[in-house]
Design a protein around this ligand. Structure first.
Ligand SMILES: [Zn+2]
Ligand SMILES: [Zn+2]
Length: 208
């Protein structure tokens, strides 16, 4: 068996996604499909800077964590760039915002799909037994990936309407100062002031 992906863009993203994610599992590819789907409905490419904003309803924990890596890869919205935020609702769902065109779309994984997978997926059965994802047998992982990559999208996803929105304004911060105590440079917004002197958060003694 091998991984079967028809869509050329999805196939390319899968290779990069797998390298970035670190192991073969069905949830990262599920995120790739969901992210690509949302982007195509909005009619936009991957976010080069902050043109797109991703509000992920995922939290920590497997499946959700893997899913978000796929969505980040497909949309170009990343933690590093700051255009990916986690709402921690514990759901396989997200809203993708086109900040320029001021419109957004919400995509979620269908309840039946998740409940069915939790009950019957051989990959998830292995995970429940405590097998780490990278140690699940290759055939089992590939079969799981092929399933999420090849089922019709309407069987997996609830796809919302594209609706107008008012995206938040994001400004770059180009002002920074050294911390009085450790000497490391801190961007202005995160400087803490004590007795008129500038400190970084850890040196200031403040929690945030
Ligand atoms: Zn994974
Ligand atoms: Zn400091």
């Amino acid at each position: 068996m091998a991984i079967e992906i028809q869509d050329p863009e999805l196939k390319e993203m899968f290779e990069h996604g797998l390298y970035f994610h670190g192991h073969l599992c069905p949830a990262m590819p599920l995120g790739l499909r969901a992210g690509l789907l949302a982007r195509r409905k909005l009619g936009v490419g991957r976010s080069q800077d902050k043109e797109l904003m991703l509000l992920a309803e995922t939290a920590e924990g497997h499946a959700m964590a893997c899913f978000l890596d796929g969505v980040m890869m497909a949309t170009g919205c990343t933690y590093g760039k700051g255009n990916c935020k986690k709402l921690r609702y514990g759901k396989l769902a997200f809203t993708l915002i086109d900040r320029k065109a001021k419109k957004q779309i919400r995509v979620s994984v269908k309840a039946e799909f998740i409940l069915q997978a939790l009950k019957t997926s051989p990959f998830i059965a292995q995970r429940k037994m405590g097998v780490p994802p990278q140690e699940v047998k290759r055939e089992i992982a590939e079969a799981a990936v092929n399933k999420v990559m090849n089922l019709p999208e309407e069987e997996i996803f609830n796809i919302g309407e594209v609706v107008p929105c008012e995206p938040e304004v994001i400004k770059g911060i180009f002002e920074a100062y050294p911390c009085e105590k450790c000497g490391e440079v801190v961007y202005a917004k995160w400087i803490r002031v004590k007795d008129g002197k500038f400190y970084c958060i850890p040196c200031s003694g403040y929690k945030e």
